[in-house]
Design a protein around this ligand. Structure first.
Ligand code: HEM
Length: 204
């Protein structure tokens, strides 16, 4: 009980905290708040601003969509927020793919972010499509994968923070982080899903 309350609190804190921190360019400016990617804002402003405005919106929605009580008591709101989550991801995923293809962080980072964008779009579109077909169990499984990938934004910032704290060479670490921010999340999601399946089989 205590562990699950702490886990829920941590998810709310990280998702809302990182989304709000990501929007700080709105009042602090791009150069001051995210100087290392400011070149995207100059060269491809539509892709950049679409991504940095809408991707944090998807992150904000994660704890609301995971909230069992809200899903049960207000299914209409869950469906509405699910559509907003889906639209935010389609637009910020496509623009994220464009940023990945044009990043100046090197080919390793470009492939890492690029495949993340494709996986993010694919899992989310599949998950929402299944909800529209009424397959709630499969919808839940694909949305867990989608959320694990949305949480790449959290992993990335924690890993960048650790890189700065440990004074590691930033460019090399950043290329690795483009993969480490999402591949372990996806593996963890698969393990959770397998454990869920085996528990259901055992209790069936
Ligand atoms: C999950 C799929 C995502 C992909 C593929 C992706 C891709 C990218 C790429 C390629 C960049 C530019 C990095 C560079 O060129 O060095 C970027 C920057 C950024 N992304 Fe995403 N992103 C994703 C999710 C998110 C989410 C969920 C958020 C929510 C907070 C987010 C917020 C940002 C922000 C604020 C930046 C500006 C740089 C920074 O603050 O680190 N992204 N993203």
């Amino acid at each position: 009980m205590l562990v699950s309350t702490l886990r829920t609190g941590l998810i709310w804190l990280l998702c809302l905290g990182i989304a709000i921190a990501s929007w700080r360019f709105l009042w602090a400016g791009v150069e001051a708040s995210m100087g290392h990617v400011a070149y995207h804002a100059d060269l491809r402003p539509i892709a950049f601003y679409t991504h940095v405005i809408l991707a944090p919106a998807a992150l904000v929605l994660v704890p609301f969509q995971l909230w069992n009580g809200l899903r049960a008591s207000k299914p209409g709101l869950h469906r509405l927020l699910g559509r907003v989550y889906g639209i935010a991801i389609v637009l910020s995923g496509l623009s994220g793919l464009w940023l990945a293809l044009t990043t100046e962080a090197g080919a390793v980072a470009a492939w890492g972010f690029g495949l993340l964008a494709i996986a993010w779009l694919a899992t989310t579109i599949r998950g929402i499509g299944l909800a529209m077909q009424g397959d709630r169990l499969a919808h839940r499984r694909w949305m867990i994968r989608s959320i694990a990938l949305t949480l790449a934004a959290v992993s990335l910032r924690l890993q960048v923070f650790a890189t700065l704290l440990l004074d590691l060479p930033f460019d090399t670490a950043y290329s690795a982080i483009a993969w480490l921010c999402w591949v372990p999340n996806l593996i963890a999601a698969e393990l959770v899903l397998r454990r869920g399946t085996s528990l259901r089989l055992r209790t069936a």
